[in-house]
Design a protein. Structure first.
Length: 426
């Protein structure tokens, strides 16, 4: 089955429509909903999502799509349990990609109170949607979910993994997707399937996106700028004139997260300078943070693996590792998560390109979709823990508690396959 048609065949019976997803209802439901909306004020917000902000204790970015343009759109919000509510006007952020017009809106909530339970809903002229929960960050401990590459030929595995992980970890404060979110960055049906997979999660807790190389592919599998990714996710501003939304940082609790972009090979032809700009930015950003922990998220891995039946390919450090690992040593980065290779590997601590008792802890996060590379990689000398073979889906949790971070890796059924504890020495 062609990648472009997998959803039409696999999900057609569920009623995937060009303008949105109406599961098992079809066009009759769409007409009924439109008629009822005028009477009941029932507003349907598609792909409603919370996006991480620079400081989630006091702000939150909300984004959604609408089937048709809205009049006076906004977000109504209140402290949970209270009647009084405020409303923030939404900005129109319409865009067209893959021949599809997206009626998209964004609204940023600011001046929120830390560690507080809110609820919010989409509102427009004469209509409002259902209430959704929103909890701001606090000063103390927290847990997050980490999903590796979710690119798929059929996103049912991704949906099952994500939903089960969220159900097993209801206290998770936010979730991360490590890049290659979809298999083809221009294919709007894949984005719809991905959003459907995290329905009930992404509207409840913030999402932390990373750009992968697959976000840069067009329908002909040629490289382009990652138009859809850049539009779908209004991540924190990085101050860049040329690469806004490509990389960013944010704080949560006592952790400073640095989200790097490893796609300079893909973007160089269209917009040169991504790698060098990030090197300068990383130094400034890491030095400015006073948080206890510094964690890096980057899509492509820092190590280079040998490949079975490819004797010319040598074990070593990747170009991403050559650029950034010395900086991670220099800047006191505590933990580095990477992806791209669709295999889980815990490398322990590495300093100066060698195994060490010091230096950052490096974890290659694995695979969360159904695109797998069985028997491809030959183990690296720096690997300490490798997922059971043949590889299947996995997800990670990270618990931050005072002077200790615990990272666990789980198979889809919830079986723990690795656990590593990182402690801060004073």
């Amino acid at each position: 089955m062609k990648r472009r048609t997998f959803i039409a065949g696999g999900l057609g019976a569920l009623g995937l429509l060009a303008g949105g997803i109406f599961w098992a209802k079809g066009t009759l439901y769409r007409k009924a909903a439109n008629s009822m909306r005028q009477l009941t004020g029932d507003l349907d917000a598609q792909f409603l999502r919370q996006i991480i902000t620079a400081d989630s204790a006091y702000s939150r970015m909300l984004m959604w799509q609408a089937e048709s343009p809205l009049v006076n759109p906004g977000i109504e919000y209140r402290i949970k349990g209270q009647e009084d509510a405020l409303i923030v006007a939404a900005k129109q952020d319409f865009f067209t990609d893959d021949g599809v017009e997206n009626n998209q809106y964004t609204a940023e909530l600011t001046n929120l109170a830390a560690d507080t339970e809110y609820e919010y809903r989409v509102a427009a002229e004469g209509a409002a949607g259902a209430w959704h929960s929103l909890h701001t960050a606090g000063e103390g401990d927290f847990q997050c979910l980490i999903f590796p590459d979710s690119q798929s030929s059929d996103y049912s595995d991704w949906e099952q993994l994500a939903q089960n992980a969220a159900q097993r970890n209801p206290q998770a404060a936010f979730f991360i997707n490590m890049g290659d979110i979809v298999d083809n960055g221009e294919d709007h049906t894949q984005w719809q399937a991905w959003f459907h997979g995290v329905s009930g999660i992404i509207d409840r807790i913030p999402f932390v996106p990373l750009m992968g190389n697959h976000e840069t592919y067009n329908l002909n599998w040629k490289v382009r700028l990652p138009e859809a990714y850049l539009k779908y996710f209004a991540v924190p501003d990085n101050g860049s004139a040329n690469f806004g939304r490509y990389y960013y940082s944010y704080d949560y609790g006592d952790v400073h997260f640095i989200v790097l972009n490893s796609q300079w090979d893909e973007t160089e032809e269209f917009k040169p300078g991504l790698r060098d700009e990030q090197v300068a930015w990383l130094r400034q950003d890491a030095a400015a943070s006073r948080k206890k922990w510094k964690i890096v998220l980057v899509h492509k891995d820092v190590l280079q693996y040998r490949i079975h039946n490819r004797p010319e390919r040598k074990e070593g450090i990747s170009d991403v590792g050559e650029v950034f690992m010395p900086l991670f040593d220099e800047l006191g980065i505590d933990l580095v998560f990477s992806a791209h290779l669709h295999t889980y590997r815990n490398r322990g601590h590495i300093q100066n390109f060698q195994r060490s008792a010091k230096g950052p802890l490096y974890i290659l996060t694995g695979v969360a979709g159904n695109v797998r590379y069985p028997g491809l990689w030959i183990d690296h000398k720096l690997d300490e823990v490798v997922a059971p073979q043949p590889e299947t889906d996995n997800y990670l949790t990270m618990d931050v508690k005072g002077d200790e971070i615990t990272v666990r890796c789980f198979l889809p059924d919830g079986k723990e396959i690795d656990k590593v504890i990182l402690q801060k020495n004073h």
